[in-house]
Design a protein around this ligand. Sequence first.
Ligand code: UDP
Length: 192
Amino acid sequence: MKTNVLGIQFDNLTREEARQAGGELLRGSDFHYVVTPNPEFLLAAEKDLEFQKILNRADLVLPDGIGVVYSAKILGTPLKERVAGFDFACDMLEELNEMGGRLYLLGAKPGVAEEAAARIVEKHPKIVICGTHDGYFQESDPVAREVAAAQPDLLFVCLGAPKQEKWIARFGLLTGAKLAIGLGGALDVFAG
Ligand code: UDP
C-alpha cells in the first residue's frame, strides 16, 4: 500500500521491510529501481512532472528525510519510519554480499567511486566490484553500455536529484542491472 505525500506515492515500510523487499528485487530476474525522496525532491517534483512520474513508477519509494515522515503524519497518513537512502544502500550491500553479487558504482567526482569501492569491499569481501565511473560525463549511451558490459546485479547511481532518477529511467534497463538505486552523495560518504 502506498502513502501519498504531496503527490509522491511512498511505500510505508520499516527499514527491515524495505531490506526484505529490496533483497527480493535484487535476487529477481528483471530490472527494478528504487528512489529515496527527501523534502527537496517533493518540491522539485511539484514543478517537474517528468520527475514526479519517474519517482512514482519506482519499485520502491522510500522516505529519506525526517521532513517527509513529519509531513505524512500532519497529513493524517503516517509512515512507519524514515528509511534513509544511505541505510537502505548499506542493507543492499549486505544482501549482495550474501549473494556474492556484482556491484557497479556510478557517480561523484573522479576517483571517489574507486575509493568507495575499496571501502565497501573491505567490509563486504564477497562483493565483486564489476566497475566504477565518475558522474561528470557528457554522453550517457557509452556509459550505459560500459555498465551493461560489466554485468552488475546492483547499481548505485549518484548524480544528485533529479539527474540520477532521470538517468535511471532512461538508461537503467539498458544496464541489465537487477536493481538500481538513486543515492545522491552516498559515494562521497562511502569513500570517507
Ligand atoms: N554529481 C555527479 N554528477 C553531476 C552532479 C553531481 O556525479 O553532474 C555528484 C556529486 O559529486 C555528489 C553527488 O552527485 O557526489 C550528489 O550530490 P548532492 O550532494 O548535490 O546530492 P544529494 O545527496 O544532496 O542528493
